[in-house]
Design a protein around this ligand. Structure first.
Ligand code: B12
Length: 384
């Protein structure tokens, strides 16, 4: 989680005189054009009421999710009380939310092929290039500046997956898409491989219509595809089972029951999106910064496991991957190596890390070695 742009509060500048309804409508149209110039694929505007409307009561939904303990160790999900569902409690004066989305999928990713090659590492497509948080927040700040150039000082604050904000609920209300059975915010023309971001503002702009239709119908490909059965109900993810949580958010040991199902996924998981029929409509990103670095889209597990700590820090500088740190990086790759077909090279690489100073790494390496040796023994038994 990263920090948001601090509240803009320039008391030296005179307050903006109230705008007429027509001026606000013109401004809303301009905001959408500026959003497009700044690289957002869609911009919508909504009010701040997340307790009623066609999307449902998100405050109640979130509380039910938390009551089930689905957040696991993500204490930040429960920490902020109603600030998450009531934007004006987080940022006083907020009456509107400008919700934006930005495509992140680089072209020619051959994602499913990589998933099916157990010697290769699968890194979530959102994390192959530069970290999106800063990039999008800067663009949102630039959008706010353009608004201020037009109308004078406004109150605003920009967020991208940072503070207690219900990003999907706000995006659905702002007309950007519907909630898929995989809980993703999906757009019929773009699938779900995009990030969300918001500008909270005190400008009483006209709002857009919420996205009304649910296009999932009877399809449940995402639920069938989820390797760990983490989608426990339509639109509900038990994070404790989600490979994204297990590889990124969880600090300790990955529960053994999920290790085999992780396959070669070493950072995040995209299966509930890759196997969604709407993903074929995903548009390639316009951002060079989201293109892969260091061949992360198809690197060999053994290559990544051989990175030293300094190499990990150098190669993941400016990437979202860096936040998991080197120990969890090794932990995740050790599990994937345990899942790879038996080979002497894999066994040797694991042996080389058997006495690694971190107990967390040692335990996962020991598990992976046992898996490898089990496969070797079975191979000999079959050959005999
Ligand atoms: C915590 C979190 C996680 C957790 C928990 C995920 C989860 N489903 O809750 C973990 C670590 C598992 C995770 C994983 C991923 N995440 Co995440 N995550 C978040 C975060 C910080 C909060 C989500 C949250 O509030 N969860 C609580 C549940 C209750 O809310 P929700 O997930 O928004 O679900 C809504 C829908 O389910 C819908 N809904 C569906 N059914 C119903 C029924 C009723 C009655 C109602 C009222 C509502 C409803 O309403 C819910 C909100 O009320 C957001 C950023 C943010 N601040 O919002 C990013 C965010 C949701 N994540 C994102 C991404 C990209 C991912 C991954 C794809 C990353 C990856 N490749 O590994 C996976 C996808 C997993 C999945 N299928 O959800 C993007 C999603 C973009 C999009 N197009 O939807 C976000 C918005 C970040 C961003 N700024 O772009 N994530």
């Amino acid at each position: 989680m990263t920090a948001s742009v601090p509240p803009h509060n320039d008391t030296a500048t005179p307050a903006t005189p109230p705008l007429s309804t027509c001026e606000l409508a013109d401004l809303a149209r301009e905001i959408k054009d500026w959003g497009d110039d700044l690289g957002f694929q869609q911009v919508g505007i909504t009010d701040t009421d997340l307790t009623q409307g066609p999307g449902g009561d998100h405050e109640a939904h979130l509380n039910a999710w938390l009551d089930q303990g689905y957040q696991g160790e993500m204490g930040f999900m429960a920490k902020h009380g109603t600030k998450r569902t009531r934007p004006a409690e987080l940022e006083p004066g907020t009456v509107r939310v400008i919700s934006v989305r930005m495509d992140y999928l680089p072209e020619d990713m051959a994602s499913i092929e990589v998933l099916r090659r157990p010697e290769s590492a699968y890194v979530s497509r959102y994390a192959l290039g530069r970290d999106y948080h800063k990039l999008m927040r800067k663009r949102l700040a630039a959008l706010a500046k353009r608004i201020e150039e037009r109308v004078g000082t406004i109150g605003y604050r920009a967020f991208v997956d940072s503070a207690p904000v219900m990003e999907r609920a706000l995006a659905q209300k702002a007309g950007l898409g519907w909630f898929g059975k995989n809980a993703m915010l999906l757009n019929p023309k773009a699938g779900s491989l995009f990030f969300l971001g918001e500008l909270y503002t005190d400008l009483p702009l006209p709002v857009d219509a919420p996205f009304a239709r649910d296009h999932c119908g009877s399809c449940n490909s995402c639920q069938v595809a989820c390797p760990t059965g983490a989608i426990v109900d339509d639109g509900v993810v038990d994070a404790r089972k989600c490979i994204s949580y297990l590889t990124i958010e969880l600090h300790g040991a990955i529960p053994e029951e999920h290790r085999r199902a992780m396959g070669n996924r070493i950072y995040g998981c995209d299966d509930c999106q890759l196997f969604c029929p709407f993903t074929r409509f995903a548009n390639p990103t316009r951002e060079d910064d989201f293109y892969p670095r260091h061949d992360l889209e198809c690197a060999e597990l053994l290559t990544l496991f051989a990175w030293g700590e300094q190499e990990f820090l150098d190669k993941t500088a400016g990437s979202a991957i860096r936040r998991i740190g080197y120990v969890r990086w090794l932990r995740n790759i050790a599990v994937a190596l345990g899942n790879a077909p038996y080979s002497e090279a894999v066994e040797a690489a694991l042996m080389a890390r058997r006495a690694y100073p971190s107990e967390l790494v040692r335990e996962h390496v020991a598990w992976a070695l046992a898996e490898q040796r089990d496969k070797a023994a079975r191979r000999i038994a079959t050959a005999g």
